[in-house]
Design a protein around this ligand. Structure first.
Ligand code: GLC
Ligand code: GLC
Length: 809
């Protein structure tokens, strides 16, 4: 069942009922100021850090589930109250529509001939959310309504805001000046930032004290002020400050009015904090208010925002004849990649914004999905990440975006982390040609007295693996590898102990075949980088180590029909037919196959056939089988989940593309595309009632076949799934991939997609690629500007030029 449709021309998803199976959200902002907005206007915004600089209060995991947001109440002459966003009053509307676009959302509710549209976005270059209301009288009689707006302020620190009531119910303060409410909690002391809410016209009244606005025993759906139709002009003192304006709106038949609200964030230099004792210096706020005092300014800012996205998305564009494929590749998948770039794993409807920082492994993988869109920012990100690496090559598992420092709580010891830095850096250089990044002097653990060129960081990443091998010569797993929940050195029997950081066994035995696969797949990138720096001996040495690891996997990491997953603390096999549960895992099948371990000897094909036979379901490939039925002390968190959920045999969408890529590498395009379509959200639109999360973005997990709710997705938006599926579809299925010495054109997508054309900008040149696809499994014949070439590498062309490529595949 569907709850809306894609509007491809406008690059919007159009939701046509407020009653979607879960709140379907969108993101606003792309630089420093960000907002989350659901189709019912729920959500919040923050400046740079969702924990420390949160402007609006949001009640996670509440009843109802989407509680807190930007609300507008329409009170009709007969006392009926409704919201254009349906929530929170939930008066039935004559029509409802929410359009989530790229960086903006438009929600329109209509009742009895009155249409009210909320347009919300963060204009480029400004620290503010614009809420523009458009009211239109579509009837034949004049209309008079009262309009009340409502926001609830968060007291900046979102964690403190929800826990420290003995203090923070005393500290909220506001100033009200005409049509502007200033929120200045803690401004009197150490904060030099404040928020304001402004409306571009005279108001009938206002409220800033929550209890006055609602009445102590009322909810969002029946606030006193709205029910009675009159603002109380309350001034908050402690308790919970809000911002509400009351406006009287009169509309002649056919008349339309636009009202602009601005929710802004301002920082003042310390010496310019006050206008006079106790009164905020409002100069900077007034600048922001000026910039959006007229609807024309709002329109211009929205056009600028849209133009920015057009520019970004024109880097990779396909026209395939499959509209679902096109909308994933051209719009929604890159959009999600940009959101994961901005948010990492901090703020979504499943991540509370007060939890983890930026992940070392996550950020490196996210980079694969946005490096072609914003290469300069990817460069910066690589340096930030590398700065949290330790001198021995290991790395902080997470770092804080505000300080860019490693996070002590999460610590280090996740032994896959270092290798992802090589992968991310290689992707950056291939995309841009900017090998100079390798000479950039980068600190270890942010210590300015201990710096080395980025290349040296990669070298230490590489050798961190070979210097930490276990009894079989396979990489030690440490606290966990990519699978955070396979905790082979944490034998936890105490509730509340974190699985990831409790390490109560000396980790010198448990080994990961997954990291071995990564080493064989990613190690050659390091060797190539070394070679290109003129370090032939180093390159040779690296290649030998990679070869040796590959052999070790075939000797000790092969289970007969698939790659093993690991050896546990006692040296027992994990992911073997000898195991009762957890006999086969997806991760090593994906990564060892991508690495080509045993490609000629048929191991790869065998492993992928086993995936198909044992792990494939109608909703995607599950992580392992059979699911663990009981808790295993020696395996950790993976066995803590009920069967079918999360890492215990859920469909963990992040690793499906590894299998997709591997399938293309052995030429099985039909199978690869089939796997792709099982989890790509646009193809799931028709089963939104089962899938439940947004049909325009990937979710981290879909419940596996052992779960009661097989097919139900959770944790949408912030997941490495976005980047990896973009890699799979753009570089392998459609087959256009920047390589060291040229743009590789080698589609392997099976027969379903016939002819297609594609435009790719890379290193300043534009490649116009026409593909005649007969599903030849990677055997391509290319013509570049009309002339046939050998192989699949189109040489890089000078910046500014256009290259015509014809491909038979
Ligand atoms: C989460 C983590 C990621 C990890 C994955 C598998 O998505 O963010 O780092 O690899 O789970 O456990
Ligand atoms: C839990 C989750 C896993 C995630 C990790 C992040 O272990 O199951 O998916 O990667 O938390 O800390």
């Amino acid at each position: 069942m569907r709850y809306g449709n894609f509007d491809d021309a406008r690059k919007e998803y159009v939701i046509t009922t407020p009653k979607t199976p879960y709140p379907w959200i969108n993101y606003l902002g792309s630089d420093r100021f960000f907002g989350l907005i659901s189709h019912q206007g729920g959500g919040y915004c923050f400046y740079r850090d969702a924990r420390l600089r949160r402007l609006l209060r949001f009640r996670y995991n509440n009843v109802p589930t989407d509680t807190g947001g930007r609300y507008f109440y329409v009170r009709e002459a007969d006392g009926t109250v409704w919201n254009p966003t349906f929530a929170p009053v939930k008066t039935e509307l004559d029509s409802f529509e929410c359009r989530h676009g790229l960086g903006y959302t438009r929600i329109t509710g209509k009742r009895r001939g009155l249409s009210v549209e909320l347009l919300a976005f963060v204009p480029n270059g400004h620290d503010a959310e614009i809420h523009q209301l458009t009211l239109k009288n579509e009837g034949t009689a004049p209309r008079e309504v009262k309009l009340f707006s409502l926001l609830e302020f968060c007291l900046w620190n979102a964690w403190d805001d929800q826990t420290n009531f003995q203090r923070n119910l005393n500290t909220g303060e506001v100033e009200v000046l005409g049509s502007t409410i200033y929120h200045k909690h803690e401004y009197r002391e150490r904060r030099n930032h404040f928020a304001f809410y402004h409306v571009n016209q005279p108001v009938a009244g206002f409220d800033t004290d929550r209890e006055s606005f609602f009445g102590l025993y009322n909810g969002f759906h029946d606030p006193d002020v709205v029910t009675s139709g009159k603002s109380k002009n309350s001034v908050a003192s402690g308790w919970s400050p809000i911002a509400s304006f009351g406006l009287d709106v009169k509309l002649a038949p056919g008349e339309e009015k636009k009202i602009v609200f601005v929710l802004g964030y301002v920082e003042n230099p310390k010496e310019e904090k006050w206008e006079k004792p106790g009164v905020i210096n409002k100069k900077r706020a007034e600048g922001l208010i000026e910039a959006f005092s007229k609807p024309e300014q709002v329109t211009a800012a929205l056009e600028k925002l849209k133009a920015g996205w057009e520019g970004l998305l024109s880097t990779y564009r396909v026209s395939s004849g499959d509209e679902k494929l096109d909308r994933m590749v051209n719009v929604w998948n890159p959009y999600q990649c940009m959101v994961t770039f901005n948010m990492s794993r901090s703020a979504s409807y499943f991540e509370s914004g007060i939890g983890r920082g930026m992940g070392f492994r996550d950020s490196n993988q996210d980079l694969l999905g946005f490096v072609h869109l914003v290469p300069e920012r990817a460069r910066e990100r690589i340096i930030d990440i590398a700065s949290t690496q330790f001198p021995d090559g290991s790395a902080y598992h997470q770092y804080q975006p505000l300080t860019k420092r490693g996070n002590h709580e999460a610590g280090s010891g996740f032994n896959d982390d270092p290798l992802w830095l090589i992968l991310g850096t290689a992707a950056y250089i291939k995309e841009t040609g900017d090998a100079a990044i390798l000479d950039e002097s980068v600190p270890f653990n942010n210590d300015e007295n201990n710096k080395a060129p980025l290349f040296e960081h990669l070298k230490r990443s590489f050798y961190h693996v070979t210097e930490n091998l276990g009894p079989h010569g396979l990489p030690l797993i440490g606290r966990a590898d990519w699978n955070d929940c396979l905790n082979l050195n944490c034998f936890s029997e105490t509730p509340d102990e974190p699985y990831q950081t409790t390490e109560n066994k000396k980790g010198r035995t448990a080994e990961s075949i997954f990291i071995a696969g990564m080493f064989v797949a990613i190690g050659p990138e390091y060797a190539t980088i070394a070679e290109k720096r003129g370090l032939a001996d180093e390159a040779k040495k690296a290649r030998e180590l990679v070869k040796k690891m590959s052999e070790t996997v075939l000797t000790h990491g092969w289970d007969g029909d698939w790659y093993l997953r690991a050896y546990d603390f006692f040296g027992n096999k994990v992911g073997s037919k000898e195991c009762e549960d957890g006999q086969i895992f997806i991760e090593p099948q994906g990564y060892c196959s991508m690495a080509g371990i045993g490609l000629e000897s048929g191991h790869v094909k065998k492993a992928l056939d086993s995936v198909k036979a044992r792990l494939d379901t109608k909703y995607g490939i599950v992580l392992q089988q059979p699911a663990y039925k009981t808790y295993h002390l020696e395996l950790g968190e993976i066995s803590s989940y009920p069967p079918g959920y999360k890492e215990n045999a859920g469909i963990f969408c992040h690793n499906n593309p590894w299998v997709i890529i591997a399938e293309t590498m052995i030429g099985r395009g039909d199978q690869a595309f089939d796997y792709y379509k099982k989890i790509a959200p646009a193809y799931l639109e028709e089963i939104s009632d089962v899938h439940r999360t947004e049909p325009y973005v990937y979710s981290q997990m879909i419940a596996g076949r052992d779960a009661v709710r097989h097919g139900e997705a959770k944790n949408s938006w912030l997941t490495g799934t976005a980047a990896w599926n973009f890699v799979a579809v753009s570089q392998y299925l459609l087959g256009v991939k920047p390589e060291w010495d040229g743009l590789s054109v080698k589609p392997v997508i099976g027969k379903e997609i016939g002819e297609f054309s594609l435009e790719r900008r890379c290193r300043g040149a534009t490649y116009k690629i026409r593909v005649k696809n007969q599903g030849r499994g990677g055997k391509v014949a290319l013509k570049v500007n009309g002339k046939p070439i050998e192989g699949h590498l189109v040489p890089y062309a000078p910046s500014g030029s256009t290259v015509e490529v014809d491909c038979e595949a």
